[in-house]
Design a protein around this ligand. Sequence first.
Ligand SMILES: [Zn+2]
Length: 193
Amino acid sequence: MSTVLNDVLAANAAYADAFGAKADLALPPARRFAILTCMDARLDPAKYAGLSEGDAHVIRNAGGRASDDAIRSLVISYKLLGTAEWFVIHHTDCGMEFFTDEVISGLLANSLETAALGPDGFYDVGTGPGSSEGATIDWLCITDQTGSVVDDVRRIREHPLVPAGIPIHGFLYDVRSGRLIEVPEANRVGKAA
Ligand SMILES: [Zn+2]
């Protein structure tokens, strides 16, 4: 068994041993809000936003982007599980700023091995074969840190399945300080009607 697998199972055994009253948590989030944020390993929404099990929905993907699938989750989050306030939280130094659709498609066309990151960006070190399938995906890369928050809050706000009464807050998480920085334009766009 791999070290990672062993470690995860050991950690889980300890967690389950102390599970206690969490067995009785209700399905709908108790604090009735949802966070859409990046999968970056440095971000822990439970810690940076003070969440305990059962408190809130956390939807994560590369960049914390308002993809079709993120919107699917948000709609379920309010329509079936009662969340009434949403946060879109991107962050500084996001990996999604370091490549474009063309770059990742090119890397994948070369090989399916992990690329290397040099001073001039990612380059492929694999032996191949790769696949051209990457060219069919919109990778939702980020060119403008605050602009991407505004764009995603706007996309959610304007979605026909999102009610006007849900406030959508836009923030950047600073990976150097752990602080949430407001994106005023996103909050203006995301204001509840
Ligand atoms: Zn990120």
